[in-house]
Design a protein around this ligand. Structure first.
Ligand SMILES: Nc1ncnc2c1ncn2[C@@H]1O[C@H](COP(=O)(O)OP(=O)(O)OP(=O)(O)O)[C@@H](O)[C@H]1O
Ligand SMILES: [Mg+2]
Length: 381
């Protein structure tokens, strides 16, 4: 029996736009689906923007969805591009209209007027702030690998690189393209199942960011509002070292944020403990757990060398009264993976350190899952 055009459309319905993770049919991207008498399917797809970087991926997906259909012998795929009006309609459909969420008349090309979705009581996103009282202890490496580990466990995950002066997430994650902008909605690039946004995409390579407080505030606000995060389960925030303006802004933007403190194992953790606790108190967010990094190095002979001493993570956890979620060994491959944009958790999932990352991810996802005590079914009468 011949395939009808409607059947072509139904076969294409499961095909998702690789960036927006929605059906190309539901997004209105499918413009024509017709089968001719020779069995060739003529398909026209409207891309969101001209020069869409994922055009060939869409092509592959459409082809493989149709070639499984009996009666389709060939696929001829053409592309067109959405009009400005169509892009605006798409943005409103996916991301709402700024005016509707915050009562302002219109957005002025940035975050103004749009509410932060993660601050809403009904938000399903858990913002995880990866912080430390100290620099260079591995916050960014941990943010990256933890995000990958959570994604491997089937969670939807985004990362905000909040280290405006010392951004490193795009490099560590290995995102190879900047965000796409659809009518002022910023669609973040995705790598290893993790979406990310960073100031790195907004400033020319090698140029330093020299903004002061208000600009930092604006950039962070834009990262949280104008970016199409699509309600991820986890939004990891790679914090800059120490305490400062950025931590303060984030605490306002993410009142339901959870702080995870990274430390190294030196027993002299008291000072860091005080700094970390001070930061959490200052921003009024709870510290939920400690992650100890660079805990040991395993030599070729299998001996563990505790290069930076031991016990600091546990001491800090006891001091604050939260669990020590895991200890990560010092492994050169972790650093190399960070430098090359190939996180070790993604490229060597069986390694000891990747397993530790997955264990920490699971503890955060399961053990530390906030308990729901509110029920929308209950009403005070
Ligand atoms: N467990 C580890 N094994 C080997 N190298 C590591 C490990 N953790 C971090 N590193 C390396 O140490 C360096 C500092 O790590 P990272 O940049 O993640 O720290 P950070 O706390 O984010 O630093 P900053 O405070 O500058 O933002 C990087 O080169 C990273 O690759
Ligand atoms: Mg960092």
């Amino acid at each position: 029996m011949a395939v009808t055009n409607d059947q072509l459309v139904e076969a294409l319905r499961p095909v998702q736009d690789p960036e927006l993770h929605r059906s190309i049919v539901d997004l209105g991207m499918l413009r024509r689906a017709e089968l001719d008498h020779t069995g060739t399917a003529h398909i026209l797809v409207a891309l969101t923007i001209a020069g869409c970087p994922l055009r060939s991926e869409i092509q592959n997906r459409v082809r493989s969805a149709l070639t499984t259909l009996d009666g389709v012998t060939d696929v001829e795929l053409d592309f067109t591009v959405m009009t400005d009006q169509e892009r605006e309609d798409l943005r409103v459909k996916l991301h709402g209209s700024p005016g509707a969420s915050a009562g302002h008349a219109q957005a002025h090309g940035h975050a103004e007027g749009r509410a932060i979705p993660f601050a809403a009581p009904g938000s399903k996103t858990r913002p995880l702030l990866i912080a430390s009282g100290k620099g260079g202890v591995g916050k960014s490496s941990i943010t990256t690998n933890l995000a990958v580990a959570l994604a491997q466990q089937g969670h939807s995950v985004g990362v905000v690189d909040a280290d405006i002066y010392g951004h490193s997430i795009p490099q560590m994650l290995g995102t190879d393209r900047p965000p796409t902008v659809i009518d002022e909605m910023i669609v973040p690039p995705e790598q290893w199942g993790v979406r990310c946004i960073s100031i790195a995409y907004f400033v020319p390579d090698g140029e330093a960011v020299i903004w002061r407080g208000p600009m930092l505030h604006k950039a962070l606000e834009q990262f949280l509002t104008d970016v199409f995060w699509d309600d991820p389960e986890f939004l990891l925030i790679d914090m800059p070292p120490g305490t400062g303006d950025i931590a303060l802004s984030l605490s306002q933007y993410l009142p339901r944020g959870e702080v995870y403190v990274v430390t190294t194992p030196q027993p002299a953790a008291q000072k860091v403990a005080r700094l970390s606790a001070a930061m959490a108190a200052k921003v009024n967010l709870p510290v939920k757990g400690i992650i100890e990094n660079m805990s040991w190095f395993t030599g070729d002979d299998g001996t563990r060398y505790e290069l930076f001493g031991s016990g600091g993570g546990q001491e800090l956890a006891d001091e604050i009264g939260v669990p020590l979620l895991g200890q990560l060994p010092l492994v050169p491959a972790l650093r190399e993976g960070s430098d090359d944009g190939r996180p070790i958790t993604a490229v060597d999932p069986d390694s000891e350190v990747a397993k530790s990352f997955r264990m920490i991810a699971e503890r955060i996802a399961v053990e530390l899952k906030p308990k729901k005590i509110f029920s929308s079914a209950l009403k005070v009468i």
